[in-house]
Design a binder for this molecule. Structure first.
Ligand code: FAD
Length: 385
């Protein structure tokens, strides 16, 4: 599991593709807050975003380990996998809980790139991390669901054909457990916009195509219900471990990028007649960041291996996400410090990646909520929230 040459061919191939999209490409998009359409198309055409789709549906049937390597390499090369990572983990909900007809209809089209499943509608402005309290409702009327409510931070909604939407189908006061009564609907975004759904972009501190989404009597065919009505929360939880592992891998990619850039700059930059990296005050923080990134990677590899063996990995997936997000953030800080003033200059890309990697302390799950999971489910402490 600790073999550094793990999946060398896959890494090399993804690296080759990413090499066609250098720093200047990402920098230009960042300045414009534009979506990396060309890059995502190239990844899709090469089949990488269909890594987790089984071969019978036109994907490559790889595991979360391989998927995580793909995303890691994107970030390790200076890019930002957030533009497309969700396709990998959202698709799992359809794969595990969709009907045979839904899978036959959608998965081959997603694998070929004809349809993009990039949007996941969970978070709401008034309830945040407290998912079971979400207020968006879907009421069954004949062969349709009528959706009303609002979501926030719904990323890539403008660049996706489909969205997995989590809505309440049974009111909270009518369910036995608060996790009951939520359902997952597959929304055809192109049909929905202007017919009961409005998307408004949110400008953020980094280039992240995120939005708020409003539902006003949006009609969704009942056939688009994934799995059983009322079981949506369970389906959501099922997908979280893959999500945590994949995001951890992106953080490892970011961390390696920061350490690599910082070490290189510390060799090249000469002040007081010697490379700054000859000073322990510069060298040791970079070395420590490297140690922490590599340690986080071990947990990510362990979590991915357990996931792919079909074994429980909730603790490992959460720990990997926490360790990797902390390590990439530490490495980002160290890189800024090593670059001195140039760490703040757009042309050096450090400040861009610094802004990008900061997200992973908060989304898709915040550090506190991971610690709460470990406290409650691993250490058996009282539930703290
Ligand atoms: C750029 C971006 C993209 C995103 N993309 C998506 C997306 O595509 N789809 C989607 O559904 N969501 C998305 N999100 C939402 C993201 O998952 C949430 O921001 C995240 O889960 C935290 O929820 P919140 O922002 O409502 O914070 P809140 O839940 O309001 O929490 C605020 C702070 O309080 C802390 N906190 C809250 N309760 C407790 C407690 N009991 N104990 C300790 N600490 C607590 C949290 O850790 C956090 O630091 C995105 C967010 C961002 C910023």
């Amino acid at each position: 599991m600790t073999d550094p040459h793990l999946h060398d061919d896959l890494r090399a191939a993804v690296r080759e593709l990413c090499g066609r999209f250098p720093d200047a490409y990402w920098r230009g998009l960042d300045a414009e807050r534009a979506y990396p359409t060309e890059f995502v198309n190239a990844l899709t055409t090469a089949g990488y975003l269909a890594a987790l789709i089984p071969e019978e549906y036109g994907g490559s049937g790889l595991g979360v380990m391989e998927a995580s390597i793909i995303l890691e390499e994107i970030n390790r090369g200076g890019g930002n996998a957030a533009a497309c990572h969700a396709q990998m983990y959202i698709m799992g909900t359809l794969l595990r809980h969709g009907s045979p007809e839904q899978k036959r209809h959608y998965l081959p089209r997603i694998a070929s790139g004809e349809l993009r499943l990039q949007a996941f509608g969970v978070t709401e402005p008034t309830t945040g991390s407290d998912t079971t309290q979400l207020k968006t409702v879907a009421v069954r009327r004949g062969d349709r669901y009528v959706v009303n409510g609002q979501k926030v931070w719904i990323s890539r909604a403008e660049h996706s054909d489909l969205m997995l939407l989590v809505a309440r189908t049974t009111p909270l006061d009518e369910v036995r457990k608060r996790t009951d009564g939520l359902s997952v609907l597959l929304v055809d975004l192109k049909a929905a916009v202007g017919h009961g759904m409005t998307i408004r972009p949110i400008r953020t501190m980094m280039n992240h195509a995120t939005t708020e989404v409003f539902f006003d009597d949006l009609e969704v065919p009942a056939d688009n219900l994934i799995g059983e009505e009322g079981k949506g929360f369970r389906y959501l939880i099922d997908g979280l471990n893959a999500e945590r592992i994949l995001i951890a891998a992106e953080c490892v990619g970011d961390g390696r990028w920061f350490v690599n850039r910082a070490a290189r700059y510390a060799q090249e930059r000469v002040v007081f007649g010697r490379p700054i990296g000859q000073n322990q005050g510069v060298q040791f923080p970079i070395a420590r960041a490297h140690v922490n990134v590599e340690a986080a990677d071990l947990m990510r590899v362990r979590a991915a291996a357990l996931f792919d063996e079909g074994r429980p990995c909730g603790a490992e997936a959460n720990m990997a996400k926490l360790l990797a997000a902390d390590a990439s953030w530490e490495a980002a800080n160290v890189a800024v410090q090593t670059f001195g003033g140039f760490g703040f200059a757009e042309d050096y890309d450090i400040e861009r990646k610094f802004r990008e990697t900061r997200l992973y302390q908060v989304a898709p799950v915040s550090t506190n909520l991971i610690l709460a999971f470990i406290g409650e489910h691993v250490l058996k402490l009282p539930r703290s929230y």
